[in-house]
Structures are given as structure tokens and as C-alpha cells.
Design a protein around this ligand. Structure first.
Ligand SMILES: CC(C)(COP(=O)(O)OP(=O)(O)OC[C@H]1O[C@@H](n2cnc3c(N)ncnc32)[C@H](O)[C@@H]1OP(=O)(O)O)[C@@H](O)C(=O)NCCC(=O)NCCS
Length: 196
């Protein structure tokens, strides 16, 4: 079954289908060093790869739905829901460098999670990140994702299995943090010396 790409919005942010006009901005965020550090974007990324990627994500996909974050008509990042069977799936996201720190991905996570539970009828949404990606955790913490568990060798990071953090939110769980961010940071797993 292919997943449609509905328009989702709140009062600041629009999630929409990617278009060919996003090419330059997608390429720029794919070669950004912070994106390279925390995601599995290929190291030799080219504009042709960005174009191929856009052709894939701008049409309905069999196992995922991908939205462009759109702020006043400009591309500001990408968020994916990846179907993993049994009414469940996982989140993946990157904000374009110049749009970080404005609360955009926290808003995008909330919109995507509401879509997963209320439109797709999923039971659970999971977030995974390389151990130490505190900024990524903050975006899902704002939507109620509980303290992550650290799992050694969880993620394939360009051919090496690395420690990951994982946290899941069930459809009937509160979509708000249960405490302060300061407490959440204190409770984060310690990070291996070679992480990140
Ligand atoms: C993680 C990422 C998506 C967050 O996007 P964003 O649009 O800046 O997210 P938000 O503004 O909604 O929230 C991020 C919060 O984390 C905070 N933050 C960012 N990096 C942090 C860090 N290393 N430690 C602690 N907090 C951090 C920000 O200050 C912000 O908090 P604030 O709103 O209270 O100021 C973005 O930094 C990014 O694209 N990183 C590279 C790719 C990546 O890591 N993707 C996730 C892979 S699992």
C-alpha cells in the first residue's frame, strides 16, 4: 500500500510534498556537517543524488511518507514516517541548518505523530538516534517520548554498528513531556567516549 502525502499544518509550519524546486536546499542540508555527523547521508553526496532522492520522496512510497517542512514557501527540512509493520513505524528528520533552533522540528514531530495515530491508525511510533544526539531527543521529548534506552550496536552508521538511543510512544500515551527538560537531560544515558 502506498502512503499518501497529506498537507499537515499548524499556525507556523506547513508539511507538504517535496517538489523539484527543493533541489538546492535539499542538497545543501545533505552536505551540512551536522547532518553528516548524525545521519547516514552518503559522504560523497552530489546534486544528482539529491535529484534522485526528490523523485523518490515526492511521490507516494510503499513503506514511508516523507514531508518537506515549508516556512513561508521555503524548504526548511524533511521529516519521514517509516512503516515497520504491525501498525508501527519510526521517525526520521533533518532541519536545514539555517532553520535550526526555531522549534520547527518539534512542531513537525507533533504533526507527524498525530497523523500516525489518528489518520494511519498506528499503535506506536519509535524514534532512534545515535547515542548523544540530545538535540534530536529534545524534539521528540516535547511530544511525550519517554527517556531513551541506550542499546549498544543498535544502528548501522556507514558500515559500523554504533550505540543508539531508542524511545517509543504509544497511541494512548500523553503527547506532552512528563517533567522538565533539565530533569530529562539528567536522566539521559551516558554517552560512549567514541560516540557522535
Ligand atoms: C535535531 C534537529 C532535527 C533539530 O531540529 P530543530 O528544528 O532545530 O529542532 P527544534 O528547534 O524544534 O528543537 C531543537 C532543540 O534542541 C536543542 N538542541 C539542539 N542541539 C542540542 C544539543 N546538542 N544539546 C542540547 N540541546 C540541543 C535546541 O536548542 C532546541 O531547543 P529549544 O527549542 O529549547 O531552543 C536538527 O538539529 C538537525 O537537523 N540535526 C542534524 C540531523 C539530525 O540529527 N537528525 C536527527 C537524526 S535522529
Amino acid at each position: 500500500m502506498a502512503f499518501e502525502i497529506p498537507l499537515l499544518s499548524d499556525d507556523t509550519l506547513l508539511l507538504r510534498q517535496h517538489t523539484a524546486a527543493d533541489l538546492d536546499a535539499v542538497y545543501t542540508r545533505c552536505v551540512d556537517p551536522v547532518s553528516v555527523q548524525w545521519t547516514t547521508i552518503p559522504l560523497d553526496y552530489t546534486p544528482d543524488m539529491a535529484q534522485e532522492y526528490l523523485e523518490t520522496v515526492s511521490a507516494p512510497q510503499d513503506n514511508a511518507v516523507s514531508w518537506a517542512l515549508d516556512v513561508a514557501g521555503s524548504y526548511a527540512g524533511t521529516i519521514d514516517l517509516r512503516f515497520e509493520g504491525a501498525a508501527s513505524g519510526s521517525l526520521g528528520f533533518v532541519t536545514s541548518p539555517e532553520y535550526r533552533g526555531r522549534g520547527l522540528m518539534s512542531r513537525a514531530v507533533r504533526l507527524a505523530v498525530v497523523h500516525a495515530f489518528e489518520d494511519l491508525d498506528w499503535d506506536v511510533v519509535t524514534w532512534k538516534a545515535n547515542a548523544g544526539n540530545t538535540g534530536s531527543y529534545k524534539t521528540v521529548w516535547r511530544c511525550g517520548f519517554p527517556q531513551p534506552t541506550a542499546v549498544p550496536y543498535l544502528l548501522n552508521h556507514r558500515g559500523t554498528m554504533v550505540e543508539g538511543w531508542i524511545s517509543s510512544l504509544g497511541r494512548n500515551e500523553a503527547r506532552e513531556p512528563s517533567g522538565s527538560w533539565a530533569d530529562a537531560v539528567q536522566a539521559l544515558p551516558s554517552v560512549p567516549a567514541n560516540a557522535g
